[in-house]
Write a protein that binds this ligand. Structure first.
Ligand SMILES: NC(=O)c1ccc[n+]([C@@H]2O[C@H](COP(=O)([O-])OP(=O)(O)OC[C@H]3O[C@@H](n4cnc5c(N)ncnc54)[C@H](OP(=O)(O)O)[C@@H]3O)[C@@H](O)[C@H]2O)c1
Length: 337
């Protein structure tokens, strides 16, 4: 684990956050940031000064900027949460890192693995913290399930099933979900979660099978995947053409673990042994983003440039798996051709 020389944070030890892109997810994040000790929102950057000011006012941030670059150059922040659309994650991460700001960037960290390697190398060179905001990794129920699997509580895992789907075909065709120029479609948006679960529990598969269906706008709207491992298989699905239960099941030789819907933000889990089911409630605090925020605080306070729970390599591996699925299913974006 590489460490950087810890910054001496201003305002005592309070970590000063900036948010780039005050959209839907940024609101949920800002609400949760208020619930975590050790950090506060001090600045917001938007393409519109009015939007930045109104968000800053709502969440008590002292500074508002009319561009993301102005935010990254600001001396008023230590770490930036990048909450813009998929296609800008790499460019903005690189710009923030260049300005020596620590970065928490929304998922997907990039559009492909090659771009992400550039970001990770830049963070290492600059000695700043970088993490993809893969919040489910820090969800208490998912963390516990991972611990139980590692402790062989359900024996050897041979089968995993996870899906994530919601109906989104009524959304605006130029919005981030249905617009191919914005890297729309279900896979990078929500398919990333079932793939993450399979990777977390079983690692990288030996082989991937994947098929997609496409919308009139050209974006992929259904993707079914089989991840084939030496002694296990995972059946994964993402889609925007219907709703789904969004449950996950992890089955082993001695029992099974179930994450109820929506599993990626689970509020508990079930452990089954010989038809005997024990249910454990683990409700999340706030919207559930508090845990990834705490992880960033812990890493910054101990001078780490990456998380041990969701490392640079974990994000690179996840992006590689998404690249393979896209290649198998024929998912491309206009800007890649
Ligand atoms: N972790 C989670 O649970 C979760 C949930 C939802 C989404 N996400 C991720 O968060 C990111 C943002 O999603 P969202 O639903 O919050 O998106 P959103 O509200 O549609 O947009 C977020 C912000 O991006 C900025 N933006 C920059 N260029 C834009 C463009 N060309 N068109 C529209 N907006 C643009 C806008 O801010 P300004 O114009 O004000 O600068 C906008 O407010 C996505 O990458 C998504 O995958 C994560």
């Amino acid at each position: 684990m590489i460490t950087f020389k810890p910054k001496i944070f201003k305002m005592g030890n309070i970590i000063r956050w900036g948010i780039a892109g005050p959209g839907k997810i940024a609101h949920k994040f800002a609400q949760d940031l208020k619930k975590v000790s050790g950090g506060k929102l001090t600045a917001v950057g938007s393409r519109s000064l009015d939007r930045a000011k109104s968000f800053a006012l709502e969440y008590g941030a002292a500074h508002a900027y009319d561009s993301y670059e102005a935010l990254f150059k600001s001396d008023e922040i230590d770490v930036v949460y990048i909450a813009t659309l998929h296609i800008s994650h790499v460019e903005l991460s690189l710009l923030a890192i260049k300005n020596r700001k620590h970065v928490l960037c929304e998922k997907p960290a990039s559009i492909n693995k090659t771009e992400l390697l550039e970001v990770v190398n830049a963070a290492k060179e600059q000695g700043v913290f970088y993490m993809e905001a893969l919040w489910s990794r820090f969800n208490p129920a998912i963390k516990k399930v991972k611990e139980l699997v590692d402790a062989k509580e359900i024996g050897t895992v041979n089968y995993l099933k996870a899906d994530f789907a919601f109906y989104g075909l009524d959304r605006a065709e130029d919005g981030r979900l249905l617009n191919a120029n914005l890297a729309g479609g279900s896979l990078l948006d929500i398919g990333i979660y079932p793939i993450f679960l399979s990777y977390l529990i079983l690692g990288k598969p030996n082989e991937i099978l994947a098929r997609s269906k496409f919308h009139t706008t050209g974006v992929e709207i259904q993707t079914a995947m089989i991840f084939d491992y030496e002694n296990a298989q995972a059946i994964l699905y993402s889609g925007n053409s219907t709703n789904a239960e969004c449950k996950a099941e992890i089955a082993g030789s001695k029992g099974s673990l179930f994450l109820p819907g929506r599993w990626h933000e689970a509020q508990g889990y079930q452990l089954e042994h010989n038809d005997n089911v024990i249910e454990t409630a683990l409700p999340t605090i706030g919207n559930g983003y508090t845990y990834e925020i705490e992880e960033v605080h812990q890493c910054l306070n101990s001078g780490k440039i990456e998380s041990e729970l969701w490392s640079h390599q974990n994000s690179i591996d996840l992006m590689e798996l998404l690249d393979i699925v896209r290649a198998k299913a024929g998912i491309t974006f206009p800007f890649e051709q």
